[in-house]
Write a protein that binds this ligand. Structure first.
Ligand SMILES: [Cu+2]
Length: 167
């Protein structure tokens, strides 16, 4: 017959295993069944060069409402510091860093990514149809003594025709 203490040991082991299994199952459920994954792709600057992806900072309109925005995140600014999008439907951001880890968050939206040095973080954002006006863009990783100065501005302009049509 086992001692009373040993029974408690087994109960605790069981509880710990149950917690680990439960948390893993919840991660698997949200990741696979619900499709909640990091929305961001990352590749090295070298891979970008080989693939012929331009890393010239700036905004390019590649189709009606389709934009490509390339941002150089560095201590302690974003280049460019202001991004203006007219009636954007789909925006591909490519953000890279050459110095330290930075973040990029568009305040008031779901966009919040991490930028690792030597890597390009690429993600596609479809701004809500009612997103309009000025948005603050912040670095969300402490990147040094001037981190609090690291911000930029995103401006979304909507033509009246699209506002009337959009929901
Ligand atoms: Cu930063």
């Amino acid at each position: 017959m086992e001692s009373r203490e040993a029974v408690f040991e087994y109960i605790w082991i069981l509880l710990i295993v149950a917690v680990i299994v439960g948390l893993s199952a919840s991660m698997a459920y949200y990741g696979f069944a619900r499709g909640l994954n990091p929305t961001c792709e990352a590749y090295t600057l070298e891979e970008a060069r080989k693939a012929g992806i331009s890393l010239e900072p700036g905004v390019r309109e590649v189709g009606p409402g389709i934009y490509e925005v390339t941002i150089d995140a560095r201590q302690f600014t974003f280049i460019p510091r202001e991004v203006v999008l007219k009636d954007p439907n789909r925006v591909t951001f490519r953000v890279y860093s050459l110095d330290v880890i930075h973040g990029l968050s568009i305040v008031g939206t779901s966009v919040n990514i991490m930028v690792l040095p030597g890597y390009v973080a690429e993600f596609v954002w479809e701004p809500p149809k009612n997103a309009k006006g000025e948005f603050l863009v912040l670095c969300t990783e402490y990147c040094g003594i001037g981190h609090q100065l690291m911000y930029a501005k995103l401006v979304i302009e909507r033509s009246s025709a699209q506002m009337a049509g959009g929901g």
